[in-house]
Design a protein around this ligand. Structure first.
Ligand code: NAD
Length: 497
């Protein structure tokens, strides 16, 4: 059987982290955690229920007074210590992430670095944060007081789990909220490291709590808990819709980072070599399990045949293999259920498009959730593989003739997360960037995000933004205080003339 080397110090049981302690579920239940190479259970994780969520919310409520009273600089010191503790575990973290999720080890290393940077960034943000004041001449001054919302409920997916958890943990803690995190059930391993990271950094007990478990059980209980006024969710559009509906009766504040089917638009005048490198990496890195993957490639007719052939050649040569091998470019898809789903799309794609590369497990890998990067050409806009998020190393390619048609095709799905535009005509690049319906656009550039910029999508890709000041706004309530500076002239209703 194909196996990946087990990282050292792999826990046999992954516990919840409630009130600063590792604890089992109240009812003692657990669930199997598989690695995606052997698809065999290698650990048990605590299976949280409504009781465990209630315990965690109580711990977070109890810690709120302490943590929210830290001034910004003191909170920033703890955030920087969290970043130090992440960096100190950088290697173990990357090995855990790669083993549990199937991400190639070299790409898992980047995720760990980015998570640490994110904590440092939010430490800087709150030290520099001011509150606004508005003066109306000599009559009145109004100023804003920012307060943390309370206990935040954070729900995260299995793709790049540790890094995506950091995207929510860092701004929630920076803002002074306490929190309960429900990590994805397919990839709980790296989240087990937060417990020692938080303890080492001196985060007060109960400020951050982690409850593992199944979405419909632990996740739903967190969504439904009346003392959790705010939910930050990253995951699929269907689950996002469900959570929005569930949280409507309590009018909770929600942020939704959802699915994508992002277009990469290539004009004939582009630097085609650079476009090819970026497109191949953008859709196949992270095993294609990337919300911002450019999974629809739209190519101007004049260069369509040539570009598509080159794309297919590159896909056929991508090195698929053991996630722990530093030469691996695409590892194993996260879970057998997800693998079946992706393989079903490949089957559908064989009827909807022209298969130019991949479409099957590589010959040298007899077990594990492996798929050779797959390219379908001549895909029509109503095809399912053009419309639906596959979330694996599969790309749909289609030609266009005019700029208008490129925009129309780019916008022809329910999603609107990211878009990539390749042209040497910068006026056209900007025109397209403004016309494409998406939260983020990269022109002649790669999917690199400055942490200060807003991240998120439109249409079925999300509600709200994460990143930078947007995150601090989300986790804070602003109150405006109006104060008279001089005599107040109020109309004297009912007074004698
Ligand atoms: P998912 O929706 O199945 O699960 C996400 C999380 O929600 C998991 O922790 C799960 O346990 C939980 N959950 C499921 N049902 C729930 C319920 N009823 N109540 C509360 N929680 C519940 O998504 P996934 O398959 O883990 O992740 C892949 C998806 O995430 C893709 O669609 C991808 O595009 C999206 N994603 C989006 C972004 C972004 O920033 N826009 C980033 C990464 C991933």
């Amino acid at each position: 059987m194909t196996t990946s080397p087990r990282p050292e110090a792999l826990p046999e049981t992954i516990h919840h982290w409630i009130g600063g302690e590792r604890v089992p579920s109240a009812d003692g239940r657990t669930f199997d955690v598989l690695d995606p190479v052997s698809n065999q259970p290698y650990a048990q994780a605590a299976r949280g229920s409504a009781d465990d969520i209630a315990r965690a919310v109580t711990a977070a409520k109890n810690a709120f007074g302490v943590w929210s009273a830290y001034d910004n600089r003191r909170r920033a010191q703890v955030l920087n210590k969290i970043a130090d503790a992440i960096e100190a575990r950088h290697d173990r973290l990357a090995r855990f992430e790669s083993f549990d999720s199937g991400l190639p080890i070299t790409q898992a290393r980047g995720q760990a670095r980015r998570a640490a940077e994110n904590f440092r960034y939010f430490a800087d943000v709150i030290v520099g944060l001011g509150e606004e004041a508005f003066r109306q001449g000599t009559e009145q001054i109004s100023y804003v007081v920012r307060t943390p919302v309370g206990v935040a409920g954070l729900i995260t997916p299995w793709n790049t789990p540790f890094m995506l958890e950091s995207w929510k943990l860092a701004p929630a803690l920076a803002s002074g909220c306490t929190l309960v995190l429900k990590p994805a059930e397919w990839t709980p391993l790296s989240a087990s490291l937060w417990t020692e990271i938080f303890a080492e950094a001196g985060l007060p007990a109960g400020a951050a709590n982690i409850v593992h478990g199944i979405g419909e059980e632990a996740g739903q209980a967190l969504v439904d808990h009346p003392d959790v006024p705010l939910l930050s969710f990253t995951g699929s559009t269907d689950t996002g819709r469900h959570i929005l509906r569930s949280s409507a009766p309590d009018l909770k504040t929600v942020s939704m980072e959802l699915g994508g089917k992002s277009p990469a638009v290539v004009f004939a005048d582009a630097d085609l070599d650079a476009a090819l490198d970026s497109i191949v990496f953008g859709v196949f890195s992270l095993n294609g399990e990337r919300c911002t993957a450019g999974s629809r490639v739209l190519v101007e007719r004049g260069v369509y045949d040539d570009f598509t052939t080159r794309l297919a050649e590159r896909a056929a040569h991508v090195r698929v293999g053991d996630p722990a091998d530093p030469d691996t470019q695409v590892g194993a898809l996260v879970h057998p259920e997800h693998y079946d789903r992706v393989m079903n799309y490949v089957k559908i794609g064989r009827e909807e498009g022209r298969l130019l590369a991949g479409g099957a497990r590589p010959d040298h890998l007899d077990r594990g959730n492996y798929l050779q990067p797959t390219v379908f050409a001549d895909v029509s806009r109503d095809a399912r593989i053009f419309q639906e998020e596959i979330f694996g190393p599969v790309v749909a390619v289609a030609p266009f003739d005019t700029e208008d048609e490129a925009v129309e095709l780019a916008n022809a799905t329910p999603f609107g997360l990211a878009a990539y535009i390749w042209t040497s005509d910068l006026k056209r690049g900007h025109r397209l960037a403004h016309a494409v319906e998406s939260g983020m656009v990269w022109i002649n550039s790669h999917n690199v995000r400055d942490l200060r910029t807003p991240f998120g999508g439109v249409k079925a890709s999300g509600v709200g933004r994460e990143g930078g000041a947007h995150s601090i706004d989300f986790y804070s309530d602003s109150k405006i205080v109006h104060v008279a500076l001089g005599d107040v002239h109020v109309p004297r209703f009912g007074a004698a003339r």
